[in-house]
Design a protein. Structure first.
Length: 79
């Protein structure tokens, strides 16, 4: 079982795909399958963390009323 944490979402996704292929082997021992399941769960959490790390939430302008004159632009023919 690999204990190395992925450095990117793509790396985690690739390893999960390898695990899916490995567990498709009907002759694999149950203990090995359980270890792979644990690794896949850990990789899923790590991938989620990697995705969330790159998400930024804007703080400026959130909840503020528009200034006067900041009306939405309407296309022609829109009432």
């Amino acid at each position: 079982m690999s204990k190395v944490q992925p450095s990117s979402f793509d790396e985690a996704s690739e390893r999960i795909a390898q695990i899916v292929e490995a567990v498709s082997d009907a002759d694999a021992p149950l203990e090995s399958l359980l270890e792979l399941f644990d690794e896949a769960a850990s990789l899923g959490l790590a991938a989620s963390d990697l995705m969330n790390r790159d998400i930024t939430v804007p703080t400026e302008g959130v909840g503020e009323a528009p200034e006067s004159g900041d009306e939405p632009v309407r296309g022609e023919g829109v009432a």
